[in-house]
Design a binder for this molecule. Sequence first.
Ligand code: PMP
Length: 427
Amino acid sequence: MSRNHELFARAQKTIPGGVNSPVRAFRSVGGTPCFIKRALGPHFWDADGKRYVDYIGSWGPMILGHLDAQVLAAVETALTHGFSFGTPTEAEIEIAEEICKLVPSIEQVRLVCSGTEATMSALRLARGFTKRQRIIKFEGCYHGHADSLLIKAGSGLLSFGQPTSAGVPDTVAQHTTVLEYNNLEQLSETFASIGAEIAAVIVEPIAGNMNLVRGAPTFLQKLRELCTQHGALLIFDEVMSGFRVALGGAQALYNITPDLTCLGKIIGGGMPAAAFGGRREIMAHLAPLGAVYQAGTLAGNPLAVAAGLATLKRLQAPNFYEQLQTQTARLTEGLAQAARAAGLAFSTDHIGGMFGLYFTARPPTCLAEVANCNLEHFNAFFHHMLAAGFYFAPSAYEAGFVSITHDAAVIDATLTAARAAFSALND
Ligand code: PMP
Protein backbone atom coordinates (compact mmCIF):
# COMPACT_ATOMS: atom_id res chain seq x y z
CA MET A 1 0.00 0.00 0.00
CA SER A 2 1.33 3.45 -0.83
CA ARG A 3 1.90 5.95 1.94
CA ASN A 4 -0.85 8.14 0.38
CA HIS A 5 -3.33 5.27 0.74
CA GLU A 6 -2.22 4.61 4.30
CA LEU A 7 -2.59 8.26 5.25
CA PHE A 8 -5.98 8.58 3.59
CA ALA A 9 -7.29 5.52 5.46
CA ARG A 10 -5.95 6.97 8.72
CA ALA A 11 -7.24 10.49 8.02
CA GLN A 12 -10.79 9.25 7.48
CA LYS A 13 -10.95 7.97 11.04
CA THR A 14 -10.62 11.38 12.67
CA ILE A 15 -11.35 13.90 9.88
CA PRO A 16 -14.70 13.85 7.99
CA GLY A 17 -13.92 12.42 4.55
CA GLY A 18 -10.24 12.62 5.47
CA VAL A 19 -9.94 16.25 4.39
CA ASN A 20 -10.33 19.73 5.81
CA SER A 21 -11.88 21.13 2.63
CA PRO A 22 -14.17 19.01 0.42
CA VAL A 23 -12.62 19.33 -3.06
CA ARG A 24 -9.32 17.95 -1.78
CA ALA A 25 -11.00 14.54 -1.39
CA PHE A 26 -11.06 13.57 -5.11
CA ARG A 27 -14.75 12.65 -4.68
CA SER A 28 -15.75 13.74 -8.17
CA VAL A 29 -12.75 12.27 -10.01
CA GLY A 30 -12.36 9.18 -7.82
CA GLY A 31 -9.15 7.81 -6.34
CA THR A 32 -6.97 8.68 -3.39
CA PRO A 33 -5.90 12.24 -2.69
CA CYS A 34 -2.20 13.02 -2.57
CA PHE A 35 -0.86 13.98 0.84
CA ILE A 36 1.70 16.68 0.13
CA LYS A 37 4.82 16.95 2.23
CA ARG A 38 6.75 19.80 0.69
CA ALA A 39 6.86 22.15 -2.26
CA LEU A 40 9.29 24.33 -4.18
CA GLY A 41 8.65 26.62 -7.16
CA PRO A 42 6.17 24.93 -9.53
CA HIS A 43 6.47 21.52 -7.87
CA PHE A 44 5.31 19.62 -4.84
CA TRP A 45 6.07 16.15 -3.51
CA ASP A 46 3.60 13.70 -1.99
CA ALA A 47 3.98 11.29 0.91
CA ASP A 48 5.42 8.64 -1.45
CA GLY A 49 8.10 11.07 -2.59
CA LYS A 50 6.52 11.51 -6.03
CA ARG A 51 7.00 14.93 -7.61
CA TYR A 52 4.17 16.80 -9.35
CA VAL A 53 3.90 20.02 -11.32
CA ASP A 54 1.33 21.94 -9.30
CA TYR A 55 -1.46 23.61 -11.29
CA ILE A 56 -3.56 24.33 -8.20
CA GLY A 57 -1.18 26.62 -6.35
CA SER A 58 -3.13 26.16 -3.10
CA TRP A 59 -6.27 27.08 -5.13
CA GLY A 60 -4.87 30.45 -6.12
CA PRO A 61 -2.49 32.00 -3.58
CA MET A 62 0.85 30.68 -4.86
CA ILE A 63 1.29 33.04 -7.80
CA LEU A 64 5.03 33.27 -7.08
CA GLY A 65 5.41 29.50 -6.89
CA HIS A 66 6.21 27.75 -3.63
CA LEU A 67 8.75 29.10 -1.15
CA ASP A 68 9.59 32.29 -2.99
CA ALA A 69 12.86 33.52 -1.46
CA GLN A 70 11.64 37.04 -0.67
CA VAL A 71 8.39 35.89 0.86
CA LEU A 72 10.21 33.27 2.89
CA ALA A 73 12.68 35.87 4.19
CA ALA A 74 9.85 38.24 5.16
CA VAL A 75 8.03 35.48 7.07
CA GLU A 76 11.23 34.33 8.77
CA THR A 77 11.88 37.85 10.01
CA ALA A 78 8.29 38.30 11.18
CA LEU A 79 8.23 35.04 13.08
CA THR A 80 11.23 35.98 15.19
CA HIS A 81 9.20 38.99 16.40
CA GLY A 82 6.20 37.00 17.62
CA PHE A 83 3.25 35.09 16.15
CA SER A 84 0.28 37.20 17.16
CA PHE A 85 -0.31 40.18 19.43
CA GLY A 86 -3.99 41.10 19.15
CA THR A 87 -2.96 44.73 18.85
CA PRO A 88 -2.49 46.95 15.81
CA THR A 89 0.86 46.70 14.00
CA GLU A 90 2.68 48.90 11.49
CA ALA A 91 2.76 46.11 8.91
CA GLU A 92 -1.07 46.15 8.80
CA ILE A 93 -0.95 49.80 7.75
CA GLU A 94 1.64 48.98 5.10
CA ILE A 95 -0.45 46.20 3.54
CA ALA A 96 -3.61 48.36 3.71
CA GLU A 97 -1.73 51.18 1.93
CA GLU A 98 -0.45 48.74 -0.67
CA ILE A 99 -3.93 47.30 -1.33
CA CYS A 100 -5.50 50.77 -1.61
CA LYS A 101 -2.74 51.83 -4.01
CA LEU A 102 -3.08 48.77 -6.25
CA VAL A 103 -6.90 48.60 -6.24
CA PRO A 104 -8.02 52.25 -6.29
CA SER A 105 -11.74 51.50 -5.75
CA ILE A 106 -10.65 50.44 -2.24
CA GLU A 107 -10.29 53.57 -0.13
CA GLN A 108 -10.32 51.65 3.13
CA VAL A 109 -9.78 47.98 3.82
CA ARG A 110 -10.34 45.59 6.71
CA LEU A 111 -8.26 42.42 6.99
CA VAL A 112 -9.84 39.07 7.84
CA CYS A 113 -8.56 35.48 7.78
CA SER A 114 -10.47 33.85 4.91
CA GLY A 115 -12.37 34.66 1.76
CA THR A 116 -15.52 33.41 3.46
CA GLU A 117 -15.17 36.02 6.16
CA ALA A 118 -14.51 38.70 3.56
CA THR A 119 -17.70 38.03 1.57
CA MET A 120 -19.82 37.41 4.66
CA SER A 121 -18.68 40.68 6.21
CA ALA A 122 -19.06 42.63 2.97
CA LEU A 123 -22.67 41.46 2.73
CA ARG A 124 -23.43 42.44 6.31
CA LEU A 125 -21.88 45.82 5.67
CA ALA A 126 -23.89 46.27 2.47
CA ARG A 127 -27.08 45.39 4.33
CA GLY A 128 -26.23 47.72 7.19
CA PHE A 129 -25.38 50.54 4.82
CA THR A 130 -28.40 50.24 2.52
CA LYS A 131 -30.82 49.11 5.26
CA ARG A 132 -32.09 46.50 2.79
CA GLN A 133 -31.99 42.71 3.04
CA ARG A 134 -32.05 41.09 -0.37
CA ILE A 135 -28.88 40.02 -2.09
CA ILE A 136 -28.37 38.84 -5.64
CA LYS A 137 -25.81 36.23 -6.58
CA PHE A 138 -25.17 34.21 -9.72
CA GLU A 139 -25.46 30.52 -10.36
CA GLY A 140 -22.08 28.77 -10.27
CA CYS A 141 -20.30 31.59 -8.44
CA TYR A 142 -18.80 30.53 -5.12
CA HIS A 143 -18.30 33.12 -2.43
CA GLY A 144 -17.25 30.99 0.51
CA HIS A 145 -19.46 29.09 2.90
CA ALA A 146 -21.56 31.70 4.70
CA ASP A 147 -25.23 30.63 4.87
CA SER A 148 -26.70 33.23 2.55
CA LEU A 149 -24.13 32.43 -0.16
CA LEU A 150 -24.38 28.64 -0.21
CA ILE A 151 -27.29 28.72 -2.60
CA LYS A 152 -26.74 27.44 -6.14
CA ALA A 153 -23.06 27.95 -5.50
CA GLY A 154 -19.96 26.73 -7.34
CA SER A 155 -16.73 24.94 -6.48
CA GLY A 156 -17.12 21.81 -4.31
CA LEU A 157 -20.89 22.15 -4.26
CA LEU A 158 -20.95 21.69 -8.03
CA SER A 159 -18.34 18.95 -8.02
CA PHE A 160 -20.56 16.90 -5.71
CA GLY A 161 -23.81 17.72 -7.50
CA GLN A 162 -25.34 19.48 -4.52
CA PRO A 163 -25.30 23.18 -5.39
CA THR A 164 -27.28 24.27 -2.34
CA SER A 165 -26.05 23.27 1.10
CA ALA A 166 -28.24 21.53 3.66
CA GLY A 167 -28.45 23.41 6.94
CA VAL A 168 -29.19 26.83 5.50
CA PRO A 169 -32.42 28.07 7.13
CA ASP A 170 -35.24 29.01 4.73
CA THR A 171 -35.47 32.31 6.54
CA VAL A 172 -31.91 33.06 5.41
CA ALA A 173 -32.20 31.60 1.90
CA GLN A 174 -35.31 33.63 1.15
CA HIS A 175 -33.25 36.80 1.07
CA THR A 176 -30.91 35.48 -1.66
CA THR A 177 -31.98 35.69 -5.29
CA VAL A 178 -29.93 33.61 -7.69
CA LEU A 179 -29.66 34.60 -11.35
CA GLU A 180 -27.91 33.12 -14.38
CA TYR A 181 -24.38 34.40 -14.97
CA ASN A 182 -24.05 36.63 -18.04
CA ASN A 183 -27.83 36.78 -18.54
CA LEU A 184 -28.49 40.48 -19.17
CA GLU A 185 -32.20 40.15 -19.72
CA GLN A 186 -32.86 38.29 -16.48
CA LEU A 187 -30.76 40.82 -14.60
CA SER A 188 -32.68 43.80 -16.01
CA GLU A 189 -36.05 42.14 -15.31
CA THR A 190 -35.05 41.41 -11.72
CA PHE A 191 -33.99 44.98 -11.05
CA ALA A 192 -37.16 46.27 -12.69
CA SER A 193 -39.32 44.20 -10.35
CA ILE A 194 -37.41 44.19 -7.03
CA GLY A 195 -34.66 46.81 -7.47
CA ALA A 196 -35.67 48.76 -4.36
CA GLU A 197 -35.23 45.67 -2.14
CA ILE A 198 -31.68 44.86 -3.24
CA ALA A 199 -28.92 45.59 -0.74
CA ALA A 200 -26.13 44.19 -2.88
CA VAL A 201 -25.19 42.17 -5.90
CA ILE A 202 -22.18 39.95 -5.34
CA VAL A 203 -20.36 38.57 -8.37
CA GLU A 204 -17.12 36.94 -9.39
CA PRO A 205 -16.34 39.27 -12.32
CA ILE A 206 -14.24 36.43 -13.70
CA ALA A 207 -15.76 33.26 -12.32
CA GLY A 208 -13.31 30.59 -11.25
CA ASN A 209 -15.56 28.23 -9.34
CA MET A 210 -17.48 26.71 -12.25
CA ASN A 211 -14.29 26.19 -14.22
CA LEU A 212 -13.21 29.58 -15.66
CA VAL A 213 -16.06 31.67 -17.06
CA ARG A 214 -15.50 35.30 -18.04
CA GLY A 215 -18.09 37.88 -17.15
CA ALA A 216 -19.16 39.53 -20.41
CA PRO A 217 -18.15 43.23 -20.36
CA THR A 218 -21.70 44.28 -21.28
CA PHE A 219 -23.11 42.16 -18.44
CA LEU A 220 -20.78 43.63 -15.82
CA GLN A 221 -21.30 47.18 -17.10
CA LYS A 222 -25.06 46.74 -16.95
CA LEU A 223 -24.71 45.39 -13.44
CA ARG A 224 -22.81 48.52 -12.42
CA GLU A 225 -25.42 50.78 -13.99
CA LEU A 226 -28.37 48.97 -12.44
CA CYS A 227 -26.84 48.95 -8.96
CA THR A 228 -26.16 52.69 -9.15
CA GLN A 229 -29.63 53.40 -10.50
CA HIS A 230 -31.38 51.37 -7.77
CA GLY A 231 -29.17 52.24 -4.80
CA ALA A 232 -27.78 48.71 -4.42
CA LEU A 233 -24.10 48.07 -3.75
CA LEU A 234 -21.98 46.20 -6.28
CA ILE A 235 -19.61 43.76 -4.59
CA PHE A 236 -16.85 42.27 -6.71
CA ASP A 237 -15.67 39.03 -5.17
CA GLU A 238 -12.06 39.10 -6.32
CA VAL A 239 -10.85 36.57 -3.77
CA MET A 240 -9.62 34.53 -6.73
CA SER A 241 -9.24 37.08 -9.54
CA GLY A 242 -7.59 39.76 -7.37
CA PHE A 243 -3.87 40.10 -8.27
CA ARG A 244 -4.33 36.92 -10.35
CA VAL A 245 -5.72 38.23 -13.63
CA ALA A 246 -3.95 41.61 -13.41
CA LEU A 247 -2.28 43.72 -10.74
CA GLY A 248 -5.50 45.70 -10.25
CA GLY A 249 -7.72 42.61 -10.50
CA ALA A 250 -10.66 42.07 -12.84
CA GLN A 251 -11.97 45.56 -12.07
CA ALA A 252 -8.87 47.02 -13.73
CA LEU A 253 -9.30 44.84 -16.82
CA TYR A 254 -12.99 45.73 -17.20
CA ASN A 255 -12.56 49.31 -16.00
CA ILE A 256 -15.51 48.96 -13.63
CA THR A 257 -15.55 50.42 -10.13
CA PRO A 258 -17.38 48.26 -7.60
CA ASP A 259 -18.58 49.70 -4.28
CA LEU A 260 -16.94 46.91 -2.30
CA THR A 261 -14.27 44.37 -3.19
CA CYS A 262 -13.41 41.08 -1.48
CA LEU A 263 -9.83 39.86 -1.68
CA GLY A 264 -8.10 36.74 -0.38
CA LYS A 265 -5.75 34.00 -1.55
CA ILE A 266 -2.84 36.01 -3.06
CA ILE A 267 -2.97 38.77 -0.43
CA GLY A 268 -1.93 36.18 2.16
CA GLY A 269 0.83 34.71 -0.02
CA GLY A 270 -0.26 31.23 1.16
CA MET A 271 -1.01 32.28 4.75
CA PRO A 272 -4.55 32.85 6.07
CA ALA A 273 -5.32 36.44 5.10
CA ALA A 274 -8.18 38.01 3.18
CA ALA A 275 -9.80 41.43 3.08
CA PHE A 276 -12.80 43.47 2.11
CA GLY A 277 -12.76 47.13 1.29
CA GLY A 278 -14.25 49.91 -0.76
CA ARG A 279 -15.62 53.41 -0.51
CA ARG A 280 -14.67 55.19 2.71
CA GLU A 281 -18.25 56.32 3.24
CA ILE A 282 -19.39 52.68 3.29
CA MET A 283 -16.46 51.35 5.33
CA ALA A 284 -17.21 53.99 7.99
CA HIS A 285 -20.27 51.93 8.93
CA LEU A 286 -18.02 49.22 10.36
CA ALA A 287 -17.30 48.90 14.07
CA PRO A 288 -15.66 50.65 15.90
CA LEU A 289 -16.84 53.65 13.84
CA GLY A 290 -20.27 52.38 12.88
CA ALA A 291 -23.00 49.96 13.81
CA VAL A 292 -22.03 46.99 11.59
CA TYR A 293 -20.06 44.58 13.75
CA GLN A 294 -17.13 42.57 12.43
CA ALA A 295 -13.99 41.36 14.24
CA GLY A 296 -11.22 38.73 14.32
CA THR A 297 -8.75 37.44 16.92
CA LEU A 298 -6.16 36.63 14.27
CA ALA A 299 -7.17 39.28 11.70
CA GLY A 300 -4.05 40.99 10.38
CA ASN A 301 -1.88 38.22 11.80
CA PRO A 302 1.77 39.33 11.58
CA LEU A 303 3.01 36.27 9.69
CA ALA A 304 0.16 36.38 7.19
CA VAL A 305 0.64 40.10 6.67
CA ALA A 306 4.39 39.65 6.15
CA ALA A 307 3.79 36.93 3.52
CA GLY A 308 1.07 38.99 1.83
CA LEU A 309 3.01 42.22 1.74
CA ALA A 310 6.14 40.55 0.37
CA THR A 311 3.98 38.86 -2.29
CA LEU A 312 2.29 42.11 -3.32
CA LYS A 313 5.69 43.81 -3.66
CA ARG A 314 7.02 41.01 -5.89
CA LEU A 315 3.99 41.29 -8.18
CA GLN A 316 4.96 44.87 -9.02
CA ALA A 317 8.21 43.84 -10.76
CA PRO A 318 8.29 45.14 -14.34
CA ASN A 319 6.50 42.83 -16.82
CA PHE A 320 5.42 40.38 -14.12
CA TYR A 321 1.91 39.95 -15.53
CA GLU A 322 3.08 39.93 -19.16
CA GLN A 323 5.40 37.05 -18.34
CA LEU A 324 2.73 35.22 -16.33
CA GLN A 325 0.21 35.62 -19.14
CA THR A 326 2.72 34.41 -21.75
CA GLN A 327 3.43 31.28 -19.72
CA THR A 328 -0.26 30.61 -19.13
CA ALA A 329 -0.97 31.08 -22.85
CA ARG A 330 1.82 28.64 -23.72
CA LEU A 331 0.01 26.06 -21.60
CA THR A 332 -3.56 26.66 -22.76
CA GLU A 333 -2.72 27.12 -26.44
CA GLY A 334 -0.49 24.06 -26.36
CA LEU A 335 -3.25 22.01 -24.74
CA ALA A 336 -5.84 23.20 -27.25
CA GLN A 337 -3.54 22.33 -30.14
CA ALA A 338 -2.79 18.87 -28.71
CA ALA A 339 -6.48 18.15 -28.18
CA ARG A 340 -7.33 19.31 -31.71
CA ALA A 341 -4.63 17.01 -33.08
CA ALA A 342 -6.30 14.16 -31.18
CA GLY A 343 -9.67 15.13 -32.69
CA LEU A 344 -11.30 15.97 -29.36
CA ALA A 345 -13.97 18.58 -28.60
CA PHE A 346 -11.88 20.76 -26.33
CA SER A 347 -11.27 24.45 -25.69
CA THR A 348 -9.40 26.65 -23.24
CA ASP A 349 -9.32 30.18 -21.90
CA HIS A 350 -6.84 32.11 -19.78
CA ILE A 351 -6.50 35.49 -18.14
CA GLY A 352 -3.28 36.45 -16.38
CA GLY A 353 -2.24 33.39 -14.40
CA MET A 354 -5.65 31.72 -14.37
CA PHE A 355 -6.94 29.20 -16.91
CA GLY A 356 -9.91 27.04 -17.87
CA LEU A 357 -9.89 23.69 -19.67
CA TYR A 358 -13.20 22.60 -21.20
CA PHE A 359 -14.04 19.29 -22.79
CA THR A 360 -16.42 21.02 -25.16
CA ALA A 361 -15.86 22.90 -28.41
CA ARG A 362 -16.25 26.46 -27.12
CA PRO A 363 -15.54 28.13 -23.74
CA PRO A 364 -18.77 28.22 -21.71
CA THR A 365 -20.48 31.47 -20.71
CA CYS A 366 -22.67 30.20 -17.87
CA LEU A 367 -23.12 27.20 -15.60
CA ALA A 368 -25.54 25.37 -17.92
CA GLU A 369 -22.85 25.39 -20.61
CA VAL A 370 -20.16 24.26 -18.17
CA ALA A 371 -22.41 21.35 -17.22
CA ASN A 372 -22.39 20.24 -20.88
CA CYS A 373 -18.65 19.52 -20.83
CA ASN A 374 -17.62 15.88 -21.12
CA LEU A 375 -16.97 14.87 -17.50
CA GLU A 376 -15.76 11.38 -18.37
CA HIS A 377 -13.08 12.86 -20.59
CA PHE A 378 -12.10 15.32 -17.89
CA ASN A 379 -11.77 12.60 -15.25
CA ALA A 380 -9.71 10.39 -17.55
CA PHE A 381 -7.48 13.34 -18.47
CA PHE A 382 -7.07 14.27 -14.81
CA HIS A 383 -5.97 10.77 -13.81
CA HIS A 384 -3.65 10.33 -16.76
CA MET A 385 -1.94 13.63 -15.94
CA LEU A 386 -1.78 12.85 -12.24
CA ALA A 387 -0.11 9.53 -12.92
CA ALA A 388 2.39 11.33 -15.15
CA GLY A 389 3.16 13.83 -12.35
CA PHE A 390 0.98 16.81 -13.32
CA TYR A 391 -1.51 17.88 -10.68
CA PHE A 392 -4.59 19.66 -12.07
CA ALA A 393 -7.64 20.55 -9.97
CA PRO A 394 -9.51 17.32 -9.18
CA SER A 395 -12.78 18.67 -10.59
CA ALA A 396 -14.05 19.95 -13.94
CA TYR A 397 -15.66 22.83 -12.04
CA GLU A 398 -12.48 24.58 -10.95
CA ALA A 399 -10.12 26.99 -12.66
CA GLY A 400 -6.41 26.21 -12.81
CA PHE A 401 -3.45 28.36 -11.83
CA VAL A 402 -0.01 29.00 -13.26
CA SER A 403 2.75 30.60 -11.17
CA ILE A 404 5.64 32.72 -12.34
CA THR A 405 7.89 29.69 -11.75
CA HIS A 406 6.04 27.57 -14.34
CA ASP A 407 8.65 28.21 -17.02
CA ALA A 408 8.71 27.04 -20.63
CA ALA A 409 10.41 23.75 -19.72
CA VAL A 410 7.77 22.90 -17.10
CA ILE A 411 4.96 23.78 -19.48
CA ASP A 412 6.45 21.90 -22.42
CA ALA A 413 6.80 18.79 -20.24
CA THR A 414 3.12 19.21 -19.34
CA LEU A 415 2.21 19.40 -23.03
CA THR A 416 4.15 16.24 -23.82
CA ALA A 417 2.22 14.36 -21.12
CA ALA A 418 -1.06 15.93 -22.28
CA ARG A 419 -0.55 14.69 -25.85
CA ALA A 420 -0.37 11.14 -24.51
CA ALA A 421 -3.40 11.77 -22.26
CA PHE A 422 -5.49 13.12 -25.14
CA SER A 423 -4.67 10.25 -27.47
CA ALA A 424 -5.49 7.76 -24.69
CA LEU A 425 -8.98 9.36 -24.52
CA ASN A 426 -9.56 8.34 -28.10
CA ASP A 427 -8.64 4.69 -27.56
N1 PMP B 1 -14.74 33.79 -3.05
C1 PMP B 1 -14.15 33.20 -4.10
C2 PMP B 1 -14.29 33.80 -5.46
C3 PMP B 1 -13.39 32.05 -3.91
O1 PMP B 1 -12.81 31.47 -4.98
C4 PMP B 1 -13.25 31.52 -2.62
C5 PMP B 1 -12.44 30.26 -2.34
N2 PMP B 1 -12.14 29.46 -3.39
C6 PMP B 1 -13.89 32.17 -1.56
C7 PMP B 1 -14.61 33.31 -1.81
C8 PMP B 1 -13.78 31.64 -0.15
O2 PMP B 1 -12.51 31.80 0.33
P1 PMP B 1 -11.97 30.90 1.55
O3 PMP B 1 -11.89 29.50 1.04
O4 PMP B 1 -10.66 31.51 1.89
O5 PMP B 1 -12.97 31.04 2.65
